[in-house]
Design a protein around this ligand. Structure first.
Ligand code: GLC
Length: 755
């Protein structure tokens, strides 16, 4: 059978080859790790489908309850293949019943939803999660999110968002895993495996969607949806690898982005969607456009009209159109006019049907009530608390103020984020509920019990408020307390999609409130709960301790309480550099050295006061060239000592593997986790190379006084890069290597790669 089918498709390809000139034109997808039975079912079903039914599979509608009647007729005709934002299991089953039992071929629908960082149990926003440097825990969180979503009738999440960005002005930095390609790639694979499990047909797993393909995080000036100019080596070395890692982990779908890439919008980009995704990576899932990203190619000035949109999208390889209707309205016309061949459509339909079969939707199209509780269970909440704790980054702890003593007599809890149940959940929480949030105010009150007097004052109504009427009450609360925990940050609606900010300071009058509270002379812990890196260097000077908690999700309160009072030490490390000022952006660790690298002699500048340059090199004359806090940075309640760095070979060959070892000792008084990082630098290349690149990391736990030898295996083949010819090369030459606590310091070794 397989032989005949292959011969048939071979004949078909010969015919098409004559008319289409290349494999790309037909979009022929060679199913990877193809389950032959699925392929046979796909082909058998495809052979029965009319053109209209095929186009139906390529169309996704946004569910509007008031349009149920119109959906019914279209579903009976097989003209819709998917919905997004189906609100619950009952509605989903209602729609599915029509599609499966009242249409000619009974092809089940696939329901998509933005399950970005949790469904009902909300985990920290992804940029926070990535500061845990714990892919296994993030995978566990994704699996919980999948279980909760699947129980509600969702088959497919529009996650993971695996865009790289170095621009915290961009609101969607909240949804990323930070600035680094290697770290994001580890999380990309972990989240795909978490959402999809080992078997997509498992009713407790859902299909993942790698987004936004590709380069969306490089939007000009941090403005969402904006243009990107990414030379191919940069695209391949920085922006594509996280998607490749997701595809290699079995990614079921990919979402084409809003931005144009070097003048060609991502939803009409044959290079990225066919040449890279299909021909090089052999991706056999399906590509869905982003919301309207196809018809927006008219706004881009790339398409004349919706017919042109349909033509350029299908030629590029978008298989399913999210909410707009250019495919429904023009694909048939394009075929009748022989502008495209039906085989192009067939391949998109194959990709969609393949995932529907792999999801088991044909065998089990309906969602039943789960046999056991799966929503907001104790296990889910405990995992959310653990991930929230590991996501939080201790940036400053002068005089070791933290952990606070549980024996204090009174504590002031102040600020607009102390009791902000919705804001602490972060962006993209369509199904998360504020009433399920456990806020810091309530968690700390419960944690300390009756013996400690809690003096609570909001100080400011909302983060962005300008009204200072609450300051007096807040100052008074601080004055009558032994210590202060001050919760500031951003509301959850000023980060995320379309939420770019030109200023990334603490919004409103929060910095004034910090100054007032610091002015009381009380020991102050500042907890920042934000959806992006913020600038707060002046405030940090007035404060003893700073804990960056991101927007920590449902269990943010208990997580903060347990860290602040020392149940365990903070262990998070920054996955994105924190700038001193917005004027530094982009500021990131894996930058190039340039011809005139800055020297540390110029450091220590007073921000904002221009100086005459002593040295003529690449820096500012009114702020230090270094970030406020570097990538990989995070403090602990203990201290760690790194020693005895060794590498297995001084001159490794191109096909060899370096074994790198170092000892890490807990030289403090408290057990804690340390995230040990391995960086390299290629000193000279046929293209200039970054001054540092993260290549490995490991989270280790060390008791007080305990020492461990950390060992990394680093194949020389991973020290290469893509050149201007699109080729991956490893060039002999001199390298530096660090085993480090962050990107700014560490033990250094040198070696030479030889032919
Ligand atoms: C939005 C977002 C995308 C999301 C989609 C569906 O515009 O860009 O991330 O998954 O539409 O809600």
């Amino acid at each position: 059978m397989r032989g005949i089918r292959m011969m048939m498709s071979g004949i078909l390809l010969v015919v098409l080859f004559c008319s289409c000139n290349s494999k790309q034109d037909t979009g022929q997808t060679v199913a990877k790790n193809s389950n032959d039975e699925v392929e046979q079912k796909v082909e058998a079903l495809l052979a029965k489908m009319t053109l209209k039914e095929k186009i139906g599979q390529m169309s996704q509608s946004h569910l509007r309850s008031e349009k149920m009647d119109s959906y019914k007729e279209k579903l009976q005709k097989g003209l819709i293949g998917s919905f997004l934002n189906v609100e619950d299991r009952e509605r989903g089953n209602e729609l599915q019943k029509i599609a499966v039992e009242e249409s000619r071929l009974g092809i089940p629908l696939i329901f998509g939803r933005d399950v970005i960082h949790g469904f009902k149990t909300i985990f920290p926003i992804p940029v926070g999660q990535s500061c845990s440097w714990n892919p296994d825990l993030v995978k566990e969180a994704a699996a919980i999110a999948a279980k909760e979503a699947a129980a509600s009738g969702i088959h497919w999440t529009f996650a993971p968002m695996i865009d790289i960005t170095r621009d915290p002005r961009w609101g969607r930095v909240a949804e990323t895993c930070g600035e680094d390609t290697y770290l994001t790639s580890q999380f990309a694979a972990a989240m795909v495996k978490g959402f999809q499990g080992e078997d997509l047909a498992d009713p407790q797993t859902i299909a993942a969607c790698g987004k936004h393909y590709v380069g969306y995080g490089a939007a000009e000036s941090g403005k969402d949806y904006n243009t990107t100019w990414i030379p191919e080596p940069l695209l391949r070395n920085v922006y594509l690898p996280s998607f490749k890692a997701a595809v290699d982990a079995g990614l079921a779908t990919i979402m084409s982005a809003f931005n144009d890439i070097n003048g060609i919008p991502a939803s009409g980009n044959e290079f990225t969607l066919r040449r890279v995704l299909r021909d090089e990576w052999n991706f056999d899932g399906f590509v869905v456009s982003d919301w309207g990203s196809m018809i927006e190619m008219k706004n881009h000035g790339y398409c004349i009209d919706d017919k042109d949109v349909a033509l350029k999208s299908i030629k590029a390889g978008v298989d399913m159109e999210m909410v707009s209707e250019s495919y429904i309205n023009y694909i048939e016309e394009l075929i009748n006019e022989k502008i495209i061949v039906e085989e192009l459509i067939n391949n998109s339909v194959r990709n969609v049907l393949r995932i529907k079969f792999r999801l088991g939707l044909f065998d089990n199209p309906y969602c039943s009530e789960p046999s056991e509780p799966v929503i907001l269970t104790e296990n889910n909440l405990n995992t959310a608390k653990e991930l929230a704790k590991q996501s939080m980054v201790l940036l400053q702890n002068n005089n070791s103020l933290l952990p606070l003593s549980k024996d204090i007599k009174s504590l002031a809890i102040i600020g607009p984020m102390a009791d902000a149940p919705k804001d602490q959940l972060g962006c993209w929480i369509p199904d998360g509920k504020a009433e399920d949030s456990q806020t810091p105010l309530h968690a700390i009150t419960k944690y300390l019990g009756e013996k400690v007097k809690i003096n609570y004052a909001k100080g400011i109504e909302k983060c962005s408020s300008k009204n200072k009427d609450g300051f007096t009450e807040a100052v008074n609360a601080a004055k009558k307390s032994d210590a202060v925990i001050l919760f500031v940050g951003e509301e959850n609606n000023i980060s995320g999609e379309a939420k770019s900010r030109a200023f990334i300071n603490l919004p409103g009058v929060q910095e004034d409130l910090i100054a007032k509270i610091a002015g009381t002379g009380k020991p102050v812990v500042l907890v920042i709960m934000a959806g992006r890196p913020l600038t707060f260097s002046e405030s940090a000077k007035k404060i003893s301790s700073v804990l960056y908690a991101w927007q920590p999700g449902t269990m943010g309160g208990p997580a903060v309480a347990e860290l602040i009072f020392g149940d365990e030490s903070p262990s998070g490390k920054l996955s994105i550099s924190l700038p001193r000022t917005v004027g530094q952006i982009p500021v990131y660790y894996s930058h190039k050295n340039t011809g005139r690298p800055p020297s540390k002699n110029s450091l220590g500048m007073e921000m904002g006061t221009p100086l005459n340059p002593k040295e003529y090199n690449s820096k500012y004359i009114d702020v230090d060239f270094t970030p406020q806090y570097p990538f990989g940075f995070g403090l602990s309640y203990t201290t760690f000592e790194y020693s005895n760095l060794t590498i297995s070979k001084q001159k490794p060959g191109l096909n060899e593997t370096l074994t790198v070892k170092a000892d890490v000792k807990n030289t403090g008084q408290m057990i804690a986790d340390e995230i040990v990082q391995l960086y390299i630098r290629d000193l000279t290349g046929s293209l200039t190379r970054p001054v540092k690149e993260l290549k490995r990391f490991e989270r280790i736990s060390l008791k007080a006084g305990e020492s461990k030898t950390v060992e990394f295996e680093l194949p020389v083949n991973e020290l290469g890069f893509y050149n201007n010819d699109g080729k991956y090369i490893v060039e002999p030459g001199n390298f530096h290597l660090w085993v480090a606590p962050n990107s700014d310091e560490g033990l250094k070794a040198e070696f030479e790669v030889v032919k």
